[in-house]
Design a protein around this ligand. Sequence first.
Ligand SMILES: *Cc1c(COP(=O)(O)O)cnc(C)c1O
Length: 471
Amino acid sequence: MNLPEVFPDRATSLRPPSVDRILAWPVLSRLSAIHGRSLVLDSVRAGLEQWREVDAPFDATAFTEGVEQRVLAMVAPSIRPVYNLTGTVLHTNLGRAPLPREAIEAMVAVAAGATNLEFDLDKGKRGDRDDHVEAWVCRHTGAEAATVVNNNAAAVLLTLNSLALRREVVVSRGELIEIGGAFRLPDIMARAGCKLREVGTTNRTHPGDFGEAVSSKTAALMKAYTSNYRIEGFTAEVEEPALADIAREYGLPLVVDLGSGSLIDMTALGLPREPTVRETLEKGADVVTFSGDKLLGGPQAGIIAGRADLIRRIRKNPLKRALRCDKQTLAALEAVLRLYSNPDSVAERVPALRLLTRPESAIHQTAGDIAGPLALWVGADWEVAVTPAKSQIGSGSLPLDLLASAAVRLTPLTGNKRQRGRQLKALSARLRRLPVPVVGRISEDALLLDCRCLEDSAPFIAQLDVAESEP
Ligand SMILES: *Cc1c(COP(=O)(O)O)cnc(C)c1O
């Protein structure tokens, strides 16, 4: 680099030149042209502040490098891909379901330009954004009608607000659920403007409890799927057919929050039983709500399916406008729903289902593939072994339903318990600093990298090679 050309000011001096002169240096003016003057200016000011704190001559080369690094850090994407080796397939914090190629292509196809999102191309007039997915939902669930919103929490909120504003909704005490994050049924109900009428006890609720609670103030009966925990022992819950009988008797709708809401029989794939949307409707639910990015394996969305007259009321609610999905989400959801029309290939083509049903032998093979390169990368202070592991479905599915899997287990060879704990944390942090961060889980004095969700080990190994060795 020809220094005088790059730094018209002297390369080192006792004091820095003015901010304007620094910004005019070719390296920095090029940086401004790419990322904007304001970011570079902030970075120059931060650099000058740092320089003032140390008692040293001003070094233009080091200063420029510092400015450049800070700018690049500021413009680096915050949201980016990671390797989910936690063993939890539908990990809410890691973005839940990975999308099928077909869904990604559909999103890209509509993202850049205008689409017929709310435009009926046959009639040449205004259409409804639900039109793109409603027929598919109805086909796969047997529902008369369906509408789609931002997520299942929004689906529950909108349904309750539409059907039970300022009135009572009867729910069993055993189903007043909290799902990770901030979804608590009693809170959602309050925000929806409904009054919660709890019946029964935590462990036992009988049909008669519902019947006795119904009054002129009642607007709906509700059942919520308590899929993320299980009450065992002396228990009783009221199933849909009995609830539906009571709802019919009083002319009330039965709303069921399914949560995961699978469209196919999970046991046919060797997975734990989950009620399907179709069977829930057949058992007498009038409206069912479920997520798009749980077992369905699609984009974040909340699907509301059921009786046409109730869906019409829900769709007419002004809140629907506040909770609706965008064109990319609808394009992705439509593509995923299309994949369900072939039950023979859906488990292969929807990644969430493919990962959940991945054979243990294949996972074991992947763990074996990455163990060697990992051993080189972590160094001689670690024991690296392939070990059987248990993965989970995640996202509100029963944590007890564990799937046989395989992992690479990294165990520190030296140090007392406290030091080993520190080494595990440091290694986790080092894995998170890789170009594509790797997220595992610490369990029993070891770091486990569950390989269920790692289908292609080549890029994983490649980034271990390029990554710099331990700082
Ligand atoms: C997951 C879940 C929700 C919340 O769904 P989101 O799509 O995360 O908003 C609500 N109810 C039940 C029963 C759930 O399992």
